[in-house]
Write a protein that binds this ligand. Sequence first.
Ligand SMILES: *Cc1c(COP(=O)(O)O)cnc(C)c1O
Length: 332
Amino acid sequence: MLALTDVLAAQEVIKGVADGTPLVPSYLSQKLGGDLWLKLEICQPMGAFKLRGAVNAMAHVPDGARGVTCCSTGNHGRAVAYAAAQKGLRAVICMSDLVPQAKIDGIRALGAEVHIHGRSQDEAQTHATQLARDDGLIDIPPFDDPHVIAGQGTIALEMLRARPDLDTLMIPLSGGGLAAGMAVAARAIKPDIRLIGVSMDRGAAMAASITAGRPVEVEEVASLADSLGGGIGLSNRFSFPLCRTLLDEVVLITEDEIYTAMQALYYEDRLVAEGACVVGIAALLAGKIAPSRQMGTVITGRNVDMAQFTRVVTGQDVRLGDVIVKGTPYDD
Ligand SMILES: *Cc1c(COP(=O)(O)O)cnc(C)c1O
């Protein structure tokens, strides 16, 4: 359904716009019992890897289309806004009225229109679907789309070109566009590579769906890894079957483990990154993945709430909905 050739084609499309991020050795390597390499997607112009998929999808928008739309409060919305501006296309990002003003301003600053519609993500998506139908805008999905998946897969091409000896990839996993694309590429280049999806243990829709053998819904809860929240879509066509067949396993991480790993990435590697980025590191630190010689993970995005980030790295309690993650100072 999707093959290495699609990812290679995406690599040509995104060249010079959304590629070539650094792959750096982590200072955590000594602690972990193997070399750990960090793919710094925080260096993308809008701060997250989602630009790869958005730029590739944008290139396939048919000539004469009136513009693009999507429903996303997070990195996908930013990526679509940025990629559309690059192409001179109109972009309408749909959000519910629960979204904080800062996120709205962030997307507007990238040149997109923001439509506030309804009181939930679902209602905002309904509006995006309507815009697609009535105004001729192309709806760009966040993960369940072949062009988006192929774009994200280019990360694995770059990692394996720079370090052909990588033997394990730990991939932050939500809707599975990133994991599916990277797995398509990595499995084709290096069939015996170990591919591990990592999610938080509360609201892990892809993990639950793989266990059930079909897409299922899970309750969405607040998490330090907020970019990993949300479902995979009950009519998922691409990312679910690819993750199900290509990943060796999916590992689940607690909020406490994410908290500690955010501190570790900050104090050891001096990196400011979202909670979603550190789940691979968290799995290693917690002993949930056996270390190997040459491991790689993706530091997926840097669009973190700085007030919350500061609380984490200074060892204070963090409130997530009705749960409190107990603060602890970083202990190296
Ligand atoms: C979207 C996102 C992910 C997860 O990607 P999926 O393709 O939905 O699995 C991980 N990290 C960050 C920062 C993201 O924005």
